[in-house]
Structure formats: C-alpha cells, structure tokens
Design a protein around this ligand. Structure first.
Ligand code: ADP
Length: 485
C-alpha cells in the first residue's frame, strides 16, 4: 500500500546516476533511491551534471533556466524524466561537462584539473535550484551526495536559506581537496576558509564543506558511521565527525531489486529463484563456456567484480589463486584499477588458463552473468562504506566472502558456529584483512562447501535475504521529516 504523501520535497544532488553515468555504487544509489522514496510517499528530483549520456537519457527536456555565461561558457538547466521515471534536472554546460568517458579522470587515471571548477559550479546551481531561484518551486530538503556536491551545503548556509540539508558520505577516501587558490572563485564568505569551515590543512575540501555545513550527515551503513568517527577510519575527518555524532547516522544502501532479479534478468542464461535454484547451475555452465573455463559443475567458481584497489583488498587475491586451483576451484574476475593488481591477475590467468579468467574493464552485462553463475564472490575490503556487490551476490545465491568492515559487516552474516547452529548464516567474514586471514577464509569456504546440506542452506539464506530499499527508504523519509519539522 502506498504511504501517505510526505511533506518533504527533496532535491538529490549527485555527480552520477545509473544507468546514465556510473563509476561505482554512488550511481546505483542515486538511480534507485528516487523510486524507493516514491514508494514511501516522498517525491524527489535529482540534479546531475549534463554529461552527453545524461542529456541523451532525458525525454522531452524542458529548459528551466539559461545562462549566457556560466563559468566560461553558455549553459542551460534542463528538466525531464528518465526511462526509469526519475525526475531529472541536468546542468547542460558543454564547456564543463560535454565530454565522454570517466567524469573525473583521464585515461591514465589522473584527475582533471578543471574538477574544482566543474563541481563548485554544479553545487552552486544545485543550491540555487533547491532555493527556488532557477525556474522550479523551492524544495525544502537538499540531499547532497559525496564531495562533488558537498559545496551545495555551504552555499545554502551562506545564503542564509531555511532549506535544510543532508549530506551523504559514500566513500570518505574521495575528498575533493584542492589548492586554496581556488577559494576566491567559489564566491563564499572569507570566513568559510577557516578550520571551522572548509579549510583542510591549507587546502579547500569539498567533502569537508558537506561535513561542516550540512544539517545532518549520513553514511551508507551503521558500522561505517561508527568507523569514520575514529582517527583510523576518519581519514583526517575523524575528530570532526565525532564532534557531529549527534547529527550523524548510518542508513544502509539498498539494491534495485528489479535491475538485480534472477527471476527476470535477461542477461543470464536461465532464470532461478530461492524456490527453484536449479537454473543457477546452468548459469554456471554457460559462464564457464563463455569465459573459456574448464566445464566443472563440482568445483567452486569464485568471482570478483570490482575496482581493483587496495581498498578492496584485491592486492591479496592473486597470491590465493594457486590455492583455489589446488582445491579444484576456479576464479573469474571482472574489474580494472591499479595496474600492478591488474598485472598480477593477468599473470595468474596465464598460469591457469582453464581455471582463471580475467576481464580487465567495465561490463555491466558480464557483471550480471558472473553474479548468476558463480558460487562465491570475494570482497576482502580493508574498508567498505556499504558495498553493493555482496547484496547483488546474495540476491543471486552467490556466497560473499567479505572483510568484516563497514556495510559488509552489516549485511553479511558470518558462518560462525552460533550462526550455523541458528541456521542464519549468509557468508563468511575475515578479520583483520591480510593474506593469512584471506587464506583461512577461503579454507573455511571450501570446508562449508563439502557439506552439501549446509551449503544449500547458506545459499537459500542468501537468496532470501532482504537486500531491497524498503526499510532504508523509510529511514530517509523519517530523516527528511525530522529535518523539516
Ligand atoms: P564502489 O566502492 O566501487 O562504489 P560498490 O560495491 O559500492 O563499490 O559498487 C560497485 C558497483 O559497480 C556495483 O554495482 C558493481 O556491480 C559495479 N562494478 C564494479 N566494477 C565493475 C566492472 N568492472 N564491471 C561492471 N560493473 C562493475
């Protein structure tokens, strides 16, 4: 039953939205949260930079505002609806966003020097929009996401606006810290460049702007909300976040369970569900065939779908390959990132061509096939704000082997003796993250797999875990209403 309409009128501001522009989990969340909010009675719009793929995804766009000159060129604010029914507003400024590819970095992984200009302009426009200055009625909540939208909270405060703001940290490791010389161009009061403002070690920090000036801060899991209030997890902002602990909460990300649905997924060989899981074996066989792996129904097929970084602990996995293969296991990897990690995986695949498949790159379709056809996903993250791939994995009955941190700790129930006795385990935790513990975790997975009944139970638990948005969307509604009360 649809919920009564909320009094909150929310503008989400973010730099990515699935499926139009995506580098990671942020896009998934911004793409699926509006629908989830609508189901709990909250109407929202989303503002994103007008990258070419975003502009193409807007049906019948209406021009809200035009600028002859906005930070170096003409610009328009366009409003329309996406194929998924999201009310989308795009800042069409070709001189800032009119390029294809990764929105933040060039092909060599180097940040674009124009990023501070791009995202300060974007944030300023978001703040003006939410205050009702750019061709729409005012909203009463701004929900800004990550450093790219952090300054919007500062612009609202500087304008003395009554619009309330929430700022969500999707990953504290990406902070948007820039040379202080850019401060002048931001058009904010001088006093904002201070320790109690957005200054961070003599730099301007867009992330800190969100952390200081938002009325409420959320992050994407309760455990990460605690971890970031420490020196170790706070990445320079631990003290600040601790000082704001009364206005800081963790709300778990949900999964778009229509995009990730093994019963209807057109990318996978055969559909399956918790009730009828046989199709998963056919997906495994099809995956092995597609990737040129030895056809083996019995051995465990592990997968990795990830940015290849030390955050994700993936530097530890290449050394485990020989062990996995020695246990009749196989590994299929999809990802890109640190070239040393890429090379280590490619070398492993060269040594075991029929047992290890490595695809360097980004491929949504293959990601679905891997989730459907694998037995286990390896996510040994050193820190993980929420993580989505473990949620996708559980939805497809693939057992997550995860670092016990952040959202991984909150969403995967470790196969501890107690959880096994209670019959509620959904995966395996490792802690702390190092090669030894990863090896032990893999050994535990192989041991669990030997007990076919136990493995079937684990799989069933994973398949029936609620990984959708409903309870988190209700928490966001509550937050917006508290902010506007
Ligand atoms: P991140 O820290 O990268 O945001 P998450 O687990 O939160 O990690 O989200 C990653 C998202 O990106 C998931 O939807 C995952 O399926 C997807 N993904 C990651 N790497 C790839 C890839 N190489 N190809 C396709 N999808 C990928």
């Amino acid at each position: 039953m649809a919920k009564a309409k909320s009094s909150a009128r929310v503008l989400l501001a973010a730099s990515e939205i699935y499926p139009l522009i995506k580098t990671g989990g942020l896009a998934d969340i911004v793409g699926s949260l509006p629908g989830a909010l609508a189901r709990v009675g909250v109407e929202c719009s989303v503002i994103v930079p007008g990258y070419p793929t975003v502009l193409k995804g807007l049906t019948k766009p209406k021009t809200l505002t035009k600028w002859k000159e906005l930070s170096g060129g003409p610009a328009k604010l366009l409003s329309g609806v996406t194929a998924d029914g999201v009310n989308l507003i795009a800042l069409d400024a070709p001189h800032l966003f009119g390029f294809e590819g990764n929105p933040y970095q060039d092909k060599n992984g180097v940040d674009y020097p124009e990023n501070p200009q791009r995202f300060s302009v974007f944030s300023k426009v978001a703040a003006q929009l939410v205050m009702g200055e750019l061709g729409t009625p005012a909203f009463n909540v701004l929900h800004a996401h990550d450093w790219q939208a952090g300054l919007a909270c500062a612009y609202l405060k500087a304008a003395g606006s009554t619009v309330r703001s929430a700022f969500t940290i999707h990953n504290l490791a990406f902070q948007g810290n820039f040379d202080k010389a850019i401060f002048k161009s931001l058009d904010l009061p001088e006093s904002y460049f201070s320790e109690s403002g957005l200054e961070y070690w003599d730099k301007v920090s867009f992330m800190k702007a969100g952390l200081v000036y938002a009325d409420h801060i959320t992050t994407v899991s309760p455990t990460y909300a605690l971890e970031i209030q420490s020196d170790e997890g706070g990445m320079g902002f631990g003290g600040l976040l601790k000082s704001r602990s009364a206005e800081l909460s963790g709300i778990l990300n949900g999964l778009d369970t229509d995009v990730w649905n093994p019963e209807t997924d057109s990318e996978i060989e055969v559909s399956f569900s918790a009730k009828s899981v046989a199709g998963k074996n056919k997906c495994k066989a099809a995956l092995q065939k597609q990737l040129g792996l030895r056809r083996s129904a019995k051995g465990l097929l592990f997968c990795v779908i990830s940015r290849l970084t030390t955050q994700k602990g993936l530097d530890l996995v290449p050394d485990m390959v020989d062990y996995i293969v020695s246990q009749d296991g196989q590994l299929a990897l999809l990802g890109s990132g640190d070239s040393a990690i890429e090379q280590a995986f490619l070398f492993a695949a060269e040594r075991h061509p029929t047992e290890v498949s490595v695809t360097i790159g980004y491929d949504e379709k293959l990601a679905h096939k891997l989730q459907a056809g694998s037995d286990v996903i390896i996510i040994p993250s050193r820190f993980e704000p929420c993580g989505l791939t473990q949620l996708c994995a559980m939805r497809y009955g693939t057992i997550p082997l995860v670092g016990r941190t952040g959202g991984l700790a909150d969403t995967v129930i470790d196969a501890s003796p107690m959880a096994l006795a209670k019959g509620c385990a959904t995966g395996v935790h490792i802690h702390p993250i190092n090669g030894h513990m990863l090896y032990s975790g893999l050994a535990k997975v192989f041991a669990l797999y030997k007990d076919k009944k136990l493995w079937a139970k684990l799989r069933k638990n994973a398949l029936t875990t609620d990984v959708g948005w409903d309870s988190s969307a209700a928490k966001y509604r509550e937050l917006y209403e508290t902010l506007t009360a």
